[in-house]
Write a protein that binds this ligand. Structure first.
Ligand SMILES: [Ca+2]
Ligand SMILES: [Ca+2]
Length: 219
């Protein structure tokens, strides 16, 4: 088929247009380049060396806490609590009474906003038979500076017992926490006198019981 000059120009123009826009189905197939996901964090600089405590245990890693150990330090003596020695029978445990006890009550007995500590004690068979001095409970007043002072005698909460359990609560709803102690023997209900002292009112309240008590809840 013969084309005139005008027809040749039209074909040339079509060829140029097709080359410019490309022909469907003939585009080169290029694999898409895998792109990294957008970052969700903010770089804060190079990693930091782990910080270690006085025992060379790592506290931090890379500047952040990472599997750091939970470290407790024994500050019993520093806090003034070393006077209390818990007794629970003899080491060979010949009776079941020597395998139980005792308890602790955390209470703000003087309402100064700082928790104080009442530590119940067990006993020994010899003490129960009157052959040796019975271990006693102790009440420690919080000095607001990480230390405690023993106030057991002043507070009147040291009656000898074989303590099994103790609880704190305001049984008479006067705003001052009281202490109930479950014992092998008569129980104690220490009423808070609002002046740093307590009075055992278990007999009067009818909760002295006797025998073997367990699991006191006072709230
Ligand atoms: Ca207190
Ligand atoms: Ca009370």
């Amino acid at each position: 088929m013969a084309l005139g000059f005008a027809g040749t120009q039209i074909l040339l123009l079509l060829a140029i247009l097709l080359s410019a826009i490309g022909v469907p189905g003939q585009q080169a197939s290029h694999p898409k380049t895998k792109q990294a996901p957008p970052s969700m964090g903010v770089a804060t600089g190079a990693a930091h060396a782990a910080i270690k405590d006085s025992h060379s245990r790592p506290i931090t890693a890379g500047g952040f806490v990472d599997d750091a150990p939970v470290v407790f330090s024994d500050i019993t003596k520093q806090a003034g609590l070393e006077k209390f020695l818990h007794r629970s029978g003899s080491p060979d445990k010949k009776t079941i009474l020597e395998t139980v006890g005792s308890g602790v009550a955390l209470l703000d007995y003087d309402n100064d906003g700082w928790l104080d500590i009442y530590l119940l004690n067990g006993s020994t068979i010899a003490a129960l038979k009157g052959k040796e001095t019975a271990p006693r409970a102790m009440l420690f007043h919080n000095n607001h500076d990480g230390t405690f002072s023993e106030v057991t005698e002043k507070a009147g909460v040291a009656k000898p017992t074989l303590g099994i359990w103790c609880g704190r609560g305001d049984y008479d709803n006067d705003g001052w926490p009281d202490i109930y102690v479950a014992n092998y023997g008569k129980n104690r209900l220490y009423h808070n006198n609002h002046d740093g002292t307590f009075t055992d009112v278990a007999e009067k309240a009818g909760v002295a019981l006797g025998g073997w008590s367990d699991r006191t809840y006072l709230g």
